[in-house]
Design a protein around this ligand. Structure first.
Ligand code: C2E
Ligand code: CA
Ligand code: CA
Length: 417
């Protein structure tokens, strides 16, 4: 017997095969979701707007309709519902569609290759409707209010009123499960619009020279939260637990390629660390693969100087860029982060598993630490352990949480207070 889920979950299904559609409806209703089924894209988009489903399932291949177009339209509409893609096409095409949905910023919970079992659908629905723990942030790709139109003046105002907050997502060692550190992720708590996710403002801030100011505010908040966990006098018991196994907790901060032009950055970083008595080796700067390649020479200078001061560098979203391996090897990275689009689909796609394993092997052979992000299930975590990936980050371990909630999570997970 299944436990009924929250009654406000609404599941909208677009499928032209009535048998499949009705079966999905039965399964979802059995789980306590309200459902609607349609075989018409026009009805589907109307229901999307007026019924505001929390979950949708889209069949990619239907007569008179292009599934890729539907996904594009979903993305253009800023759709925040959790998306399940279904189809009878081959697994490769379905995987590619899944990755493209992720790239478009859609909140995809999984792909189901027809014929799928009731269990497979149930697992996706149950997994994606579980309530998030207190203090954690909701699905990552969601924008704030629908149709939210952020402009530059808003960001300037947000910065001057210091409305930006930082949430933390834990990273653990795949093998031992010990805590290895956190990634700091920015959130904007707007007085009128509520929480706004980075996808809605980072690019704009980058394009208009506001990203350095934003990074400064993120660093202010994150370092102030993080430093006491490590400092000898106030060290957190979970930090001590990791230290006993040779792991010094680290804090990862995302930096934009634009920031690489900021020549004073290093001095200010060193000054901050000295003031907080934090060893630079505890800080990891994450740069996306593509951004590091925009200007390889400037990157090389600044990144080398950062490394010389003891800071660590991570290549983020690895596997999605188009850089040459040679350039990558030349830059002084210490960590490689496998992009979540491959990690999230690892259990459904042989191709994704191959990509994840190749990147992990590459990282290891270059002497880099390997991190997989987007770990959403125990199964994926097990797979990562088997292929020798060092660290894991993802919803299966914890969602990004406020500083306070992170401390609670540490206490609960590792049984200390
Ligand atoms: P990212 O650096 O790749 O960060 C990881 C994103 O994946 C985060 O989204 C995180 O919430 C999400 N995530 C983590 N685990 C899972 C999982 O298991 N499943 C799924 N589906 N998603 C997961 P978030 O917080 O929305 O951040 C989006 C992007 O915004 C970040 O991607 C990063 O590029 C950028 N960003 C965030 N904070 C900052 C910042 O302070 N400065 C700069 N320059 N960029 C930032
Ligand atoms: Ca990152
Ligand atoms: Ca990433």
């Amino acid at each position: 017997m299944t436990t009924p889920m929250h009654p406000t979950h609404r599941f909208l299904i677009l499928d032209d095969d009535p048998l499949v559609g009705q079966t999905m409806q039965f399964i979802a209703e059995d789980l306590g979701l309200e459902t609607r089924l349609t075989n018409s894209p026009a009805d589907f988009f109307e229901a999307l707007e007026f019924w505001a489903p929390t979950h949708i399932a889209v069949d990619l291949i239907m007569p008179d309709m292009d599934g890729v177009q539907v996904m594009k339209q979903l993305a253009d509409n800023g759709c925040k519902a959790r998306l399940i893609i279904t189809s009878g096409v081959g697994a490769r095409v379905l995987d590619a569609a899944g990755r493209s949905a992720i790239e478009r910023g859609l909140d995809i919970v999984g792909v189901l290759s027809k014929p799928f079992t009731a269990g497979e659908l149930r697992r996706l629905l149950v997994g994606s409707t579980a309530p998030a723990p207190a203090g954690s942030s909701p699905a990552t790709t969601a924008a704030a209010a629908p149709g939210l139109d952020i402009d530059l003046a808003d960001i300037r105002q947000g910065l001057s009123r210091r409305e930006f907050r930082v949430v933390y997502q834990p990273k653990i060692a795949c093998e031992s499960g010990l805590l290895s550190g956190f990634e700091a992720l920015v959130r904007w708590v707007h007085p009128d619009y509520g929480p706004i996710w980075p996808a809605s403002f980072i690019q704009l801030a980058e394009e208009h020279g506001l990203i350095d100011a934003l990074t400064e505010q993120v660093l202010d908040l994150a370092l102030e939260w993080f430093a006491p966990l490590c400092s000898e006098a106030t060290r957190h018991p979970v930090a001590a637990l990791s230290a006993a196994a040779g792991i010094d907790l680290s804090l990862s901060v995302n930096i934009s390629a634009k920031t690489l032009n900021d020549l004073d950055l290093i001095d200010r970083l060193v000054e901050r660390c000295t003031r907080l008595q934090l060893a630079p080796a505890r800080l990891i700067f994450e740069l996306t693969e593509t951004s590091a390649m925009d200007n390889p020479m400037a990157s090389l200078d600044l990144l080398t100087r950062l490394r010389m001061k003891g800071f660590h560098l991570s290549i983020d979203d690895f596997g999605t860029g188009f850089s040459s391996l040679l350039q990558l090897v030349r830059l002084p990275f210490s960590e490689i982060k496998v992009d979540k689009s491959f990690v999230m689909t690892a259990m459904h796609s042989e191709e994704s598993r191959t990509v994840v394993k190749s990147i992990v092997d590459l990282g290891r052979s270059l002497g880099l630490r390997t991190v997989a992000e987007g770990v959403e299930t125990a199964e994926v975590l097990g797979f990562l352990g088997n292929i020798g990936c060092h660290l894991a980050q993802g919803f299966h371990i914890a969602r990004p949480m406020t500083g306070e909630a992170t401390l609670r999570w540490m206490g609960e997970r590792y049984g200390v207070t």
